[in-house]
Design a protein around this ligand. Sequence first.
Ligand SMILES: Cc1cc2nc3c(=O)[nH]c(=O)nc-3n(C[C@H](O)[C@H](O)[C@H](O)COP(=O)(O)OP(=O)(O)OC[C@H]3O[C@@H](n4cnc5c(N)ncnc54)[C@H](O)[C@@H]3O)c2cc1C
Length: 353
Amino acid sequence: MLDPATRRFRVGPGATWGHVAEKLGARGWAMTSGNYGDVGVGGLATAGGIGYLARAHGVTVDHVVAAELVLADGSKVRTDAATEPDLFWAVRGAGSSIGVATALELEALEVGNVVVGTFTYDATDAAGFLLRWSRYLAAAPRRLTSFPFVGAARRGQGPVAQAINVWADDDVDAAVAALEPMLGLAPVVDQRAQLVPYGALVPPGDSRHVGQQTTRIRSGFVPHTTEEDAAALARLLADPAVQVLEVRSMGGAVADVDPAATAFAHRRQEVFVSAWGTPGAAERFDAAWSAFAPHTSGLYAVYTSDLRPERVHDAYPGATYDRLAEIKRRVDPGNLFARGLIVAPAGSEAGRG
Ligand SMILES: Cc1cc2nc3c(=O)[nH]c(=O)nc-3n(C[C@H](O)[C@H](O)[C@H](O)COP(=O)(O)OP(=O)(O)OC[C@H]3O[C@@H](n4cnc5c(N)ncnc54)[C@H](O)[C@@H]3O)c2cc1C
């Protein structure tokens, strides 16, 4: 802990979000992170951080106030809004393109208990459910964030959607008022709601990290869900090569921030969607996603198995890409950090690729 007054804390990149939530929770605080406690701080806090508090409090990079980096030439630099502001901008969304973050400082949120409603729906009418859900969330109070997982129909059972709906504080009456209408989005199979510490949503997993993520994933942002988008999502779900659709509400505090303010530029889209592939059906999965892709605008760099260089422009669009490429030319002209969806140095061969 660095400063209890501003709730500023310092964290190493090897920590996992479950442990961060435990530590902060002991003080009645939290940090908006992802939906899984075993994910590391380093990759998520330098890429974006789309989690259960997104609409209420934005993405994780919005709360990073300083970072210590090791650059490609081995030099160490501390960056914040006043020191090396270009690097501070870049590390909040494209950290892995520019260096290794060896420490991060963030300001915690005064979030203790939250209300979580877990609703399971019969999603036979997947397009109708996704359209109604999108419209509801787009107009919902920003304290509500919702993540439905829609499982494909299997073995005679229709698609089922399980939505984790998080109200970002302990105002139970307000939470109930916001959650109740969601019970009308599709036939409800099961429902439960609890008041829990934020950390209970992201318990530490402490599994051994050996690169075990083998699921093929594609993701993209949907600007504003139309009937056509919802129908296309339902077609994607109906493809045997797709196991699960994961849908996340954006907007609220995510959209308060100017897309140019950080290297995480996806601020105006209402929905983040990812599809998980059926093992052994890679080609068909890729084709199914390609048919859906025109309904998306941009992708989240660290939530995709599609690492083709041209995808970098979807992750870092337009002026964001250009600014990153110039920074990369300055701090990593030899493209030492080239793993994943990485912006190449401006003017380099890789950049022309
Ligand atoms: C099960 C699961 C659930 C997820 N859920 C979410 C979610 O809810 N929300 C969300 O936003 N994301 C989510 N993600 C994506 C996650 O943010 C990325 O996979 C992220 O890269 C993980 O960071 P890590 O430090 O654990 O990964 P690692 O495997 O250690 O690193 C992955 C990459 O991140 C970069 N990186 C890691 N550490 C640093 C560092 N210190 N400095 C610079 N670059 C670094 C490097 O490019 C590295 O190759 C999820 C991922 C998984 C596997």
